[in-house]
Design a binder for this molecule. Structure first.
Ligand code: B12
Ligand code: SF4
Ligand code: SF4
Length: 349
């Protein structure tokens, strides 16, 4: 856990009563979170984020592509106290989703596409939110003072990686993921913005060193430079967020990814020895991670709704999934699987 703030008996004696309380409460919150299966927990002081200029430049440079929601609630994104005026602390948690890598099944010769690991099992929004709700309940039972708490998982206007870095949960790697030496980067972030005064942690230090594996491996050159992403080029954006046609220059680089991409995490040395997730809900639900392209291409709206219920894959519409599957079908030499709603541009690059 990020909690390196445990006081010695000497500095405890010297600490003011409020400080002692903040330190004790922080330690208790971390214990409760660990008991609920969160691998990392860190605390940051609520307030403005430190890299506001970077965010402004990033948004104005068009790197957010068509993700208009990243431009909305801009002020809230810059200062967590605007989400909750009396907020004192941001508790940041990490929940490991790493699964054993799976080769494509060889029992039949059906062409298949690949789904990014974060979407193999149950929708993380539900799983992380469920556990954070239990954490807040436990905090209300155990901590003596009343407090307000707001749970954020992905969709709130909060720059989760910025907060994770500030709270010492991990450092922001050159591939822009939050990374931890022991845990790698295959974990979800979730936060509790709260009025509780909790002793903050130190930010983590960067261990990327001279490594550039993620930057070199990205199939679409989505990193203009280290630590910076042009999201409009990322396969995760193209296959999950972009509702229109995917520009032809990206068709081939998409390879076999029908939903998301894991390349810049797969090549990261910190993920090589990272532990597997112990969260049962994140185990792969068939047909993930290798759905048959023909099945994706023939899904009706109703079937799509039923099959994707409870999965993070429901973020993409049926048309988007079929657009992606048609591109992958071409890439794996199965152009005959094209679908009228595949959304393919007429020309390959
Ligand atoms: C939009 C979004 C995307 C977009 C854009 C990604 C991006 N890099 O910005 C797309 C669709 C491409 C995407 C892809 C993925 N995403 Co996403 N995404 C988000 C979302 C909703 C918002 C991110 C955002 O605001 N980006 C805008 C930029 C400007 O913000 P930022 O990168 O966080 O940058 C801030 C800081 O990091 C810092 N900073 C930036 N650059 C630098 C440089 C240096 C040197 C330093 C020190 C700091 C620093 O300053 C910035 C301003 O404060 C977050 C959830 C959230 N609410 O935060 C999830 C989130 C980032 N995604 C997540 C995941 C799992 C993924 C994927 C792995 C899914 C997949 N396999 O397909 C990929 C990973 C791709 C990658 N390498 O980042 C996780 C990441 C967990 C982790 N361990 O880091 C998050 C946190 C969701 C969650 N709750 O767990 N995602
Ligand atoms: S997720 Fe894939 S496409 Fe996106 S930056 Fe990483 S390697 Fe590149
Ligand atoms: S691959 Fe190398 S440079 Fe990229 S995030 Fe991992 S350690 Fe950092």
């Amino acid at each position: 856990m990020a909690g390196t703030m445990r006081p010695t008996s000497r500095n405890l004696a010297a600490a003011a009563p409020d400080e002692t309380c903040a330190t004790d409460n922080a330690a208790r919150v971390k214990q409760l979170a660990a008991g609920l299966g969160f691998e990392r927990v860190g605390i940051a002081r609520a307030g403005p984020i430190s890299r506001q200029d970077y965010l402004t430049e990033w948004l104005s440079s068009g790197r957010a592509g068509a993700m208009g929601y990243l431009h909305r609630h801009d002020a809230l994104r810059r200062d967590s106290r605007l989400l909750m005026p009396e907020a004192r602390s941001v508790i940041v948690t990490a929940l490991n989703y790493r699964q054993k890598a799976e080769e494509p099944p060889t029992d039949d010769r059906t062409p298949r596409g690949r789904v990014a690991m974060y979407a193999w099992g149950a929708d993380y929004h539900d799983v992380v939110r469920g556990r954070l709700t239990r954490l807040v309940d436990a905090m209300r039972r155990e901590l003596l003072e009343p407090f307000e708490a707001r749970i954020c998982v992905d969709t709130a206007p909060l720059l989760e990686r910025e907060w994770a870095a500030a709270a010492g949960v991990g450092w922001i790697g050159k591939n822009t993921m939050v990374l931890h030496e022991g845990l790698g980067s295959c974990f979800f972030l979730g936060e509790i913005v709260t009025t509780l005064d909790l002793a903050p942690d130190e930010p983590a230090t960067d261990h990327c060193g001279s490594c550039t594996r993620c930057l070199d491996a990205c199939p679409t050159q989505a990193f203009p430079k280290a630590y910076e992403m042009d999201a409009s080029r990322c396969i995760a954006y193209l296959t999950i967020e972009l509702r229109d046609e995917i520009p032809a220059e990206f068709h081939r680089p998409i390879g076999d990814w029908v939903f998301g991409c894991d390349v810049c995490q797969d090549v990261c040395p910190f993920n090589r020895k990272a532990p597997a997730s112990t969260v049962p809900e994140f185990a792969a639900r068939p047909p993930n991670p290798w759905p048959r392209l023909a099945e994706l291409l023939s899904l009706s709206d109703d079937e799509c709704r039923t099959k994707l219920r409870g999965s993070a894959m429901k973020r993409a519409t049926r048309t988007m999934l079929q657009r992606n599957a048609a591109i992958v079908a071409r890439n794996v030499g199965e152009a005959g699987l094209d679908h009228p709603s595949g959304g393919l541009n007429a020309e390959e690059p």
